[in-house]
Design a binder for this molecule. Sequence first.
Ligand SMILES: [Ca+2]
Ligand SMILES: [Ca+2]
Length: 243
Amino acid sequence: MTRRFDNISNSLQSQPSHPAVYLLNLAHLVAGVPFLFAMLACCAQQADAAIVSTSGAASEISPPASVFQGALESNSVAVVFLEKANLTLSTDLEVNTTSPGTYTGNNNPTVNLSAGHTIASYLVHMDQVGTSGSTSYVGSITFDTDVLAIIWSQAKLNATDSLLGSASVSYPTGVSGIERGSIDSSGTNDTIELSADRRTVSFDLLHNSNNIEQFRIITEIPEPHCMLLLLTSLAVMPFSRHH
Ligand SMILES: [Ca+2]
Ligand SMILES: [Ca+2]
């Protein structure tokens, strides 16, 4: 008798078309679909994390072959290009600032950007035509995710070329006889500002002689958190349908 009850019970449990079970499964599915679409929309939006606008001298380009002195010259344009995306920092990174504010006259402060952030890196590059005189560049770049850090010193640009640089771009890492940082130590010639909302980097920079003027902007890529949520929702949906 007990065995017969067990058999009936087992039969009911394994019967997927039982109306109550069917309705429960349907409810789980219907509840899960909008969540899944919201996650997909979130991921699609964050995969586009990028420069949303530039002003003044700033102009976005595809990564060039080289950013050595003489390779990409203009007296009016400060080019900016994506170097690397979706890089998760495995160790703390030495940068010049991680905070909103206006920076001038201090050519190599050191702040740590902590490990664990997933980031994108952009290089801003200015190189006047020829190797004499001076040229001023004023502009701004606005991103759709937060700017986490800026690197404007020659030493830290050299130190981060291999980690943050694009594999297809030739960088003047440690080349002697030129300067490549952006803020000089002499005072008010060079200014870089990160807005309070962390979305806009503005610059007013003076470029001299045979040097080049460069700085690196590190932005946050929140995508992995979104992907984690998406993967979790995908994993939970079929599980919940069977219970
Ligand atoms: Ca030049
Ligand atoms: Ca300068």
